[in-house]
Ligand binder design. Structure first.
Ligand SMILES: *Cc1c(COP(=O)(O)O)cnc(C)c1O
Length: 422
């Protein structure tokens, strides 16, 4: 560790260091705060979450149904308060985003509108080994149109001997599928490898082929700087409980590009909360969607998860937004990578499968440990380093800029070192 700037110096100079105090950090085996590297799976609880929910309890207790109109943040308009911070988060206009439901539900709602296969153009292009919920969702979307998943879904696979996809290969595949390609649906960051995709280039290539392009941003929202509007992405959705720290099963975000905002004819599954609010309560026949992403809402807002989400998004704004988070994130991940590479282990013992190029990853490093993976994972846990285990042999470590410190990263590095030196 001789070439490393001491972690204490980096933490002292870190403009985000104080945000660590705004989160509850679970204790490790020694009762002291653990080094939490699972923010990619479940982000930590903001201290502000409890008061945010408590406020809604108070309003409900005090006002009953009148909370819709006279609550501190009237429930009738609750989702509107989330539009601005959500738009900042993903590089969108407020009209282009809405918060509602859960991620897989939203993926289905968007696919219903944006996957309209014809006899000649019916292919969905996705990552091989995508998160299982996405695989199941897209298989069932194909079946919904009477198509066999094996015929409709084309998967992108790394070249033999490689772990991640090359952008050039993705773009070539899109061009090759050409006018058979209906939808490209990739993760913004692959959950397993941690690879971040070039969403701008993929979107441009998809459009050049005449296809629609969407992203599942479960591992990208709150992790990468996103510019969904400028990148021309057609649609996207993400969950809020990973890098957005909004609690287990928390609500989900949706993006629909402005160019689809005023297309009421676009097929969709409808519900009253997506209906024009000017006569929503007249309870009349004939659905007229609100413009923008809000027109995909079905149900009245889930106030309790949204209250947590609102408090969480406010923390990101106070921290200076994604640009500030990303600066620290790159430094944390680079340091973790340097610790692991510094061990000088052969790939048969430990291999980082996440791309080394910072532009092709978020904060997460996925570490392939072919022989003793589970043993290493348990060793880390015993040292108070909480990582994430993925069968059959991958450990994922996600240092998160809002609450992880450079000292946390050094703890992880030292714990891995002590395992291999034992
Ligand atoms: C976490 C994650 C999910 C989880 O879906 P839910 O509907 O929130 O349970 C889905 N897809 C991806 C890519 C994920 O990373």
């Amino acid at each position: 560790m001789t070439n490393f700037t001491p972690a204490a110096a980096l933490d002292a100079a870190d403009p985000l260091a104080l945000f660590r105090r705004e989160f509850h950090i679970p204790p490790g085996p020694d009762g002291q705060p653990c080094a939490y590297f699972c923010g990619n799976s479940l982000g930590l609880m903001p201290v502000a979450a409890r008061a945010a929910v408590e406020q809604e309890f108070v309003d409900w207790q005090r006002l009953g149904v009148e909370g819709h109109f006279h609550g501190t943040s009237p429930w009738l308009h609750y989702h509107e308060a989330l539009a601005e911070p959500t738009a900042r988060l993903v590089g969108a206009r407020p009209l282009e985003v809405v918060v509602m439901n859960n991620l897989t539900v939203n993926l289905h709602l968007l696919m219903v509108s944006f996957y309209r296969p014809t006899a000649s153009r019916f292919v969905i292009l996705m990552e091989g080994g995508a998160f299982p919920s996405d695989q199941y969702a897209l298989e069932s979307q194909a079946r919904l149109h009477g198509l066999a998943p094996a015929a409709a879904i084309v998967e992108l696979l790394p070249r033999p001997g490689e772990h991640t996809l090359r952008t050039a290969d993705i773009l070539a595949r899109i061009a090759e599928l050409g006018d058979t390609l209906a939808v490209v649906l990739l993760g913004g960051v692959n959950y397993y490898t941690g690879q971040a995709f070039d969403m701008a280039a993929i979107t441009a290539a998809g459009h050049a082929a005449g296809a629609t392009v969407g992203f599942d941003l479960a591992h990208a929202a709150g992790n990468l700087e996103l510019h969904l509007h400028d990148w021309n992405v057609d649609f996207a959705c993400w969950c809020s409980y990973k890098y957005l720290n909004s609690g287990p099963g928390g609500t989900s975000g949706v993006f629909v590009h402005e160019r689809h905002a005023h297309r009421p004819e676009l097929l969709r599954l409808a519900g009253w909360w997506g209906h024009d609010p000017s006569d929503r309560f007249e309870m009349k026949k004939g659905f007229r969607p609100m413009p923008g992403a809000a027109g995909w809402q079905l149900s009245n807002a889930q106030i309790f998860p949204m209250a947590i989400h609102r408090a969480s998004l406010a923390i990101i704004d106070r921290a200076g937004g994604m640009a500030a988070l990303r600066r620290k994130s790159e430094a944390l991940t680079a340091r973790l990578e340097a610790h692991l590479r510094g061990l000088g282990l052969p790939a048969t013992a430990l291999e980082i499968i996440t791309p080394p190029d910072p532009a092709q990853r978020g904060c997460q490093l996925s570490v392939l440990v072919p022989e003793r993976g589970r043993e290493l994972f348990d060793h880390l846990a015993a040292q108070g380093v909480l990582a994430d285990w993925r069968e059959p042999n991958v450990i994922r470590l996600a240092p998160v800029p809002l609450y992880n410190s450079f000292a946390d990263v050094d703890r992880a590095g030292a714990a891995v070192r002590s395992f291999f030196n034992e």
